[in-house]
Design a protein around this ligand. Structure first.
Ligand code: RP5
Ligand code: MG
Ligand code: MG
Length: 271
């Protein structure tokens, strides 16, 4: 099994000097003793400010109780990896040590659920090279699947469609008449998809107590006559968007390479 690597990146994303405690491969697993282990405690100012998408600090004496490992009101706190442990009130990353405790820039303690729409078409009529809609993330410039967080109470199918609209088509800024047109095409495209992955994401924002999980779905335009014709327009957290060839060299954010590789293999594409 592959160990999480990006979740052990030296400097925490969007900080200059928050350095993770170094965790060698052999010490990732919680079952391996690591008495010297002193993870850096870090929660971003943005999360501490208490926006709607973030939990309260459960380590404070009078903090409200969070129901872990279950659906807690409108928030899904279950993990695709199974039941996670709670140690000293805090959920423990099921994939092991990350060198950092607290929540970093993630809002939820424990799993932070996201959804990733992988929209594909063939590059040309030979149907050998598959392309997918990739966005360039504003936070670090890396190319990625146009995914996003599942809002409280939102169903995943809605998140997939909403995030694709926001990041790859810029529905926020589209004129009203165009919006209607986009929504119609999205209805068609997102009508049928196939599940590619459900589980933990090796995201650079992960910590010992907060981590990303996702549901990745593939929406494929076999004949290039529906999505293939979409006018791509980067919006929201995206600063760029393109139909990107899926090749062995493709480098993407978090574990996104693994997801698109699965998609290429399923469609028997050359990659
Ligand atoms: C990744 O972060 C997920 O796979 C998803 O693509 C993304 C969600 O976070 P934001 O794009 O909202 O930052 O772990
Ligand atoms: Mg988004
Ligand atoms: Mg996003």
């Amino acid at each position: 099994k592959k160990l999480h690597e990006k979740a052990r990146c030296a400097i925490y994303p969007r900080t200059k000097d928050i350095k993770r405690f170094v965790v060698p491969d052999s010490k990732v697993s919680w079952t391996v003793p690591f008495p010297e282990y002193k993870p850096v405690d870090f929660t971003s100012e943005g999360v501490k400010a208490g926006p709607v998408w973030a939990d309260k600090d459960i380590r404070e004496p009078n903090a409200p109780v969070i129901k872990f490992n279950c659906i807690d009101g409108v928030i899904n706190r279950t993990s695709f990896t199974g039941k996670y442990e709670i140690v000293n009130k805090c959920p423990r990353n099921p994939e092991g040590r990350t060198g950092l405790c607290g929540r970093g820039s993630l809002g939820r303690w424990g799993p932070n659920h996201a959804a990733d729409p992988i929209v594909t078409r063939w590059k040309n009529s030979e149907k050998k090279i598959l392309q997918f809609v990739a966005v360039q993330r504003k936070d670090n410039g890396e190319w990625a699947i146009p995914g996003g967080m599942v809002d409280a109470g939102e169903v995943v199918s809605v998140t997939l469609r909403r995030e694709f609209g926001e990041e790859a088509l810029n529905t926020f800024e589209a004129p009203p008449e165009e919006k209607v047109h986009i929504e119609k095409s999205l209805d068609k495209l997102f009508h049928s998809g196939t599940e590619v992955y459900k589980g933990y994401v090796d995201d650079p924002r992960n910590t010992d107590n907060a981590w990303m999980e996702t549901v990745a779905m593939n929406f494929h335009d076999e004949n290039g006559d529906s999505v293939g014709l979409f006018k791509l327009n980067a919006g929201d957290d995206a600063m760029g968007v393109q139909w990107m060839d899926i090749t062995r060299q493709t480098k993407l954010y978090a574990s996104h390479e693994d997801f698109i590789k699965t998609v290429a293999q399923r469609h028997k594409a050359t990659w």
